[in-house]
Write a protein that binds this ligand. Structure first.
Ligand SMILES: *[C@@H]1O[C@H](CO)[C@@H](O)[C@H](O)[C@H]1NC(C)=O
Ligand SMILES: *[C@@H]1O[C@H](CO)[C@@H](O)[C@H](O)[C@H]1NC(C)=O
Ligand SMILES: *[C@@H]1O[C@H](CO)[C@@H](O)[C@H](O)[C@H]1NC(C)=O
Ligand SMILES: *[C@@H]1O[C@H](CO)[C@@H](O)[C@H](O)[C@H]1NC(C)=O
Length: 343
């Protein structure tokens, strides 16, 4: 190579580097020292970054970004490749879908915008350049939907069973991916799943669309939550109330109560009843005790089905040392218990 050739080479390589993206001249150095062998070399369109993958919540907006260098007079098209539908050519929209649009930054960046994303927008999107053969790249869109509890017709959120009976709760949810249903009790107590031949399952949470409670006991009365989740916030829940009906029972903690003359004393009767029972106190001779300056009857609810009913006797006298009966009744039956007051 002569010194002239070298100078010419440097001139050309400078030209080449300063004109990337345009038509440039290349030279065959092994040939004539003149320009007969200069050829046109085209730099082909080239993608600078892969198309993104998107996971989008329904209703949100999203865009794909396609960056192409050396586009020259070629055109960028957007295609929904699973349906082979051409969405846009250059910035001209082909699809009638008004939620799609294309923007171009005037240089090398093209964006396909999708607003208010819907489930059928899921799929594969292609950014294509009409070279021969064509060049393209793809990106995926997955549309996700937060869970929503579907109200099943004929399903009330208040269920009733007699004690020992059964209750079936059903909870369905929509969403994408398909939500998982979990049951738990609002007060954090255990759920008891009984089956005929196996030991009862005592659990805090139960994953199933259906919650079937058999041989139900009064302790299982209360609020149950159906919680639907699929990893897409917010998680939703629905509350069901299970009412268990039974004949009242009485628990007496102290069957004999001691009192001092002129002091006040309370006789306590714990009643479990559902529905709530009606309670009356009687003296030994069968006389019903009412409110007066001598007696106070007070009541507090301990839980959904337990009530504490007190008979307070004021200013105890020797004639009050007696037997007192607490009698309670609801539509399922009646029961009584006695407390002895002694000095
Ligand atoms: C370069 O030029 C020589 C001589 O003219 C020729 O034989 C050769 O094929 C050329 N090479 C190219 C790549 O054009
Ligand atoms: C998009 O997802 C496809 C398939 O899961 C994967 O091959 C590709 O690398 C992902 N693209 C990007 C930019 O992460
Ligand atoms: C008994 O109860 C009454 C009213 O509830 C109260 O005024 C009185 O002080 C009490 N007596 C005693 C000895 O505690
Ligand atoms: C009943 O009596 C007990 C003992 O005196 C008392 O601790 C409790 O608070 C009373 N309950 C009601 C509802 O008055």
């Amino acid at each position: 190579m002569t010194s002239w050739d070298l100078r010419f080479y440097f001139f050309l390589s400078t030209l080449l580097h300063s004109t990337i993206g345009k038509k440039v001249r290349a030279v065959n150095f092994s040939g004539d020292r003149y320009l007969e062998n200069i050829k046109y070399l085209e730099l082909q369109p080239q993608f600078l970054a892969p198309l993104e993958n998107h996971t989008v919540t329904q209703g949100r907006d999203v865009f794909f970004t396609c960056v192409v260098n050396h586009l020259q007079s070629y055109k960028v098209a957007w295609i929904k490749s699973d349906s082979r539908a051409i969405l846009a050519m250059h910035t001209h929209m082909v699809t009638p879908n008004p939620r799609l649009s294309v923007t171009h930054n005037g240089h090398n960046t093209w964006k396909l915008h999708v607003v208010n994303v819907q489930p059928d927008d899921s799929g594969t999107y292609m950014c294509q350049v009409n070279t021969e053969p064509m060049r393209s790249q793809i990106g995926h869109m997955k549309v996700v939907i937060p869970p929503d509890i579907i109200d099943v017709e004929d399903s009330s959120n208040r269920l009733t069973s007699i004690e020992g009976g059964s209750v079936r709760l059903r909870c369905r949810a929509s969403g994408s991916p398909k939500p998982e249903i979990t049951w738990r009790r609002e007060d954090g107590r255990s759920i008891i799943i009984r089956s005929e031949n196996e030991r009862a399952l005592v659990i805090r949470t139960y994953k199933n669309e259906n919650l079937y409670l058999t041989g139900i006991l009064r302790q299982e009365m209360g609020s149950y939550l159906c919680i639907a989740s699929n990893g897409i916030p917010p998680t939703v829940s629905k509350r069901y109330y299970i009412n268990v009906l039974f004949k009242p029972t009485i628990i007496i903690k102290n069957q004999i109560v001691f009192a001092r003359i002129n002091h006040n004393v309370s006789l306590e009767c714990y009643i479990e009843s559902s529905p709530k029972s009606f309670t009356v106190w009687y003296t030994e001779n069968g006389q019903k005790i009412g409110f007066d300056e001598k007696y106070i009857i007070s009541e507090t609810a301990v839980d959904d089905y337990t009530f504490q009913i007190n008979l307070t006797i004021r200013g105890v006298r020797p004639s009050d040392f007696n037997i007192y009966t607490c009698l309670t009744e609801n539509p399922f039956g009646k029961t009584n218990a006695v407390i002895k007051l002694r000095g």
